[in-house]
Design a protein around this ligand. Structure first.
Ligand code: HPA
Ligand code: ZN
Length: 322
């Protein structure tokens, strides 16, 4: 129908995509074979069947296992090129891509292998893309500081830092010093907050880490004071509808709060998070949300506009999209 056509064809930016979460089962098997890595699953189908999650941690365990096939610069290039082609097909014009260096350096893969492969694919298109380096919050702040040091020779290849992995028990304030250091380096700042964690984590991401966007943030609606603040500050939330259903943040798409976030005046955006694991790329996320919720063409245009407005594109390029 017409709304579906608009959702598919409207230009959009993706601001919440973990590149390791774009690794499709077929590519996991192809890379395992190429690299002589053995997998705990006998087939692509068996691996896909394991994608039934009860919460964030049950997903992260499989996501880190999937990433273990990535060894060479070409592997990181191939994964990123596949994502960019897929995003282009959904009329994503610009992507700000998370990567998790610690997932790879902990296995002995050099930092330069990771960033050079991902970066080279981004240079070649077919869409505009920038990189955001995430720290794993289940690890220590000392390890995050060491990762930031290791990244400094590649400072021109990424635009910012983020915070991902297991949220509950690892509040933003655990990473106060490394975010302060990143801020002094002129890096843009984001953090996952309020996905499984409480609204207080969103406040501390803003107050202590000084982030410029909140990744997820759907639990903000539990605090009227926080909603008022987010609206007043025009703070963007990078919402991931299919992720939230697969990780049981909401039971069904019909109870997702995307419409309520928009009605509260919040700068929500739609994103895919880990599309190979959660059942779809950008347009699948838009379509699933719009089929289940009272959202119309006006909301579609607003979400697309929010995605460019909340991007870290330079002002001139941003204006061209708005
Ligand atoms: N939350 C936290 N960590 C993650 C996610 C997420 O949705 N996806 C990949 N790492
Ligand atoms: Zn995420």
């Amino acid at each position: 129908d017409q709304l579906r056509h608009i959702l598919q064809h409207m230009p959009k930016a993706e601001l919440h995509i973990h590149i390791e979460g774009s690794l499709e089962p077929e590519l996991i098997f192809a890379l395992a074979q190429r690299n002589g890595v053995s997998l705990a699953y006998p087939s692509v189908e068996a691996l896909r069947d394991a994608y039934a999650f009860s919460d964030l941690q049950s997903f992260l365990d499989i996501y880190y296992a999937g990433a273990s096939v990535l060894l060479t610069e070409q592997d990181f290039y191939d994964m990123t090129a596949a994502y960019l082609a897929r995003a282009h097909a959904d009329n994503v014009r610009h992507a700000e891509i998370f990567f998790d260096p610690q997932t790879h350096t902990a296995r002995g893969v050099p930092f330069e292998t990771v960033i050079n492969g991902i970066w080279r694919a981004c240079q070649e298109g077919p869409i505009s893309a920038s990189l955001i380096m995430c720290f794993l919050r289940h690890l220590s702040e000392e390890e995050a500081l060491a990762t930031l040091d290791e990244a400094l020779p590649y400072r021109d290849k990424f635009i910012g830092v983020g915070l991902d992995s297991s949220e509950v028990g690892h509040p933003p304030e655990k990473f106060a010093r490394v975010f302060e250091r990143a801020r002094q380096l002129g890096l843009r700042l984001v953090a996952h907050a309020g996905e499984e964690g409480p609204p207080a984590y969103i406040d501390s991401a803003l107050d202590i880490l000084k982030v410029e966007r909140i990744d997820h943030g759907v639990r903000s609606l539990e605090s009227p004071e926080l909603v008022e603040r987010l609206a007043r500050e025009g703070m963007a939330l990078t919402v991931c509808p299919l992720s939230n259903i697969k990780l049981r943040v909401f039971d069904v798409m019909g109870s997702h709060n995307l419409r309520k976030l928009l009605d509260a005046g919040l700068a929500a955006t739609v994103n895919s998070d880990d599309p190979a694991y959660f059942g779809g790329y950008m347009n699948a996320n838009f379509i699933a949300a719009f089929e289940a919720l009272p959202l119309d063409e006006t909301h579609a245009r607003q979400l697309a506009r929010n995605s460019f407005a909340a991007s870290f594109l330079d002002p001139e390029r941003k204006r061209a999209f708005l």
